[in-house]
Structures are given as C-alpha cells and as structure tokens.
Design a protein around this ligand. Sequence first.
Ligand code: IMP
Ligand code: MG
Length: 179
Amino acid sequence: MIEESINDVLFSEKVIAERIERLVEEMAKDNRCKKIVMIGILRGSFMFFADLVRALYHHGIHPIIEFTTMESYSGTESRGVVKVLKEFTTDITGADVIVVDDILDTGRTLDFAIKHLMERGAASVKTCVLLDKPERRILPLQADYVGFKIDDHFVIGYGLDYDGAYRELPYIARLTPKT
Ligand code: IMP
Ligand code: MG
C-alpha cells in the first residue's frame, strides 16, 4: 500500500457549513415552487448530500431523495468510463431533478448522469457539486451550484476518498504521497 499523508486542510467543518448555508439559500430561491427530486451520486456525495437536504428543509424545500452509485475512478486516476453500479427506482418522469456529486473533475460523471436522467424522463436536470476543479475538465460542463472552486489537487474527506479511505473526515484536505 502506498503510504500517504494528509497535508493542508483546505476547508474546515465550519467553512463547509457556512458555504452550504449560502449555497442552499441560492438553491431555495431558484426551486421554491417546484417538485424536486434530488439524486446523490454515491458514494462521494453522501455527507454533502445529507447536509444539503437538512439545510434545504430549513428553507422550506422538501425534495424526494434518491441515490445512484456511479464510478469513474480508481486510486487517484479517472478511468474515463462511467459505470452505473446501482440504479435508482423513483419514477422521475416530468420531474425537476437536482443531481448532487462531491466533485466536478473531468466532467465525465456529471455529463453521463445528466444524459442518463434525461433519458429516464426528467423534465430538467440541474447539477450541484461541493467542489469544482475547472483545470481538469475534459468535457465542457459547468455545474449550476458549486461550493468551492479548487486547483488541481487530489483531495479527501467529507465523502471524498482515496481508494475507499478517508470518506469519514469531517473536513476536506489535500492528499500527497509520502516521499
Ligand atoms: P469526473 O467524472 O472526472 O468529473 O470525476 C468525478 C468523480 O471523480 C467524483 O465523483 C469523485 O468520486 C472522483 N474524484 C475526482 N477528483 C477527486 C479528488 O480529488 N478526490 C477524490 N475523488 C475525486
Ligand atoms: Mg464519486
């Protein structure tokens, strides 16, 4: 196993919570009168998703909650092919969907997710990510709601993993291999 170390904390629990509150104000304003289905892409989005829907509740937004499991990564490298490992069951025909992911990197996952949700009959699909690494983009995609833009670092914590580890950290940090 590669030894690695957690370097700088990029976003503390407090900073994340404050940013989510602002993000949710924006989302609540745009989606007030709609019947929303929120779909979290597992596993990376689980912590962000839970904090988002709790904050949305306090703004009077009560979405239907769904999850799908998709994968495009192995270690710190994007494999380029997105796979649905677990489908969702809710009928989204005619629904306004907000799809939530941990991070927008090459854009492959969200691009695939948007097409997939439209094929399943969504009336509209908006995207929400906690982190955005614009430098790494391969497909021309912008998320509707972005928590933080970051430089091209591999990050862990708050749902994000390195080979399955570190998802439980309540903050976001950079991961660098030990030399
Ligand atoms: P994309 O399909 O390349 O945009 O990648 C999105 C997915 O890659 C996310 O759902 C993450 O699971 C994973 N990913 C991208 N960058 C990182 C990172 O810095 N740390 C952990 N996972 C990442
Ligand atoms: Mg992921």
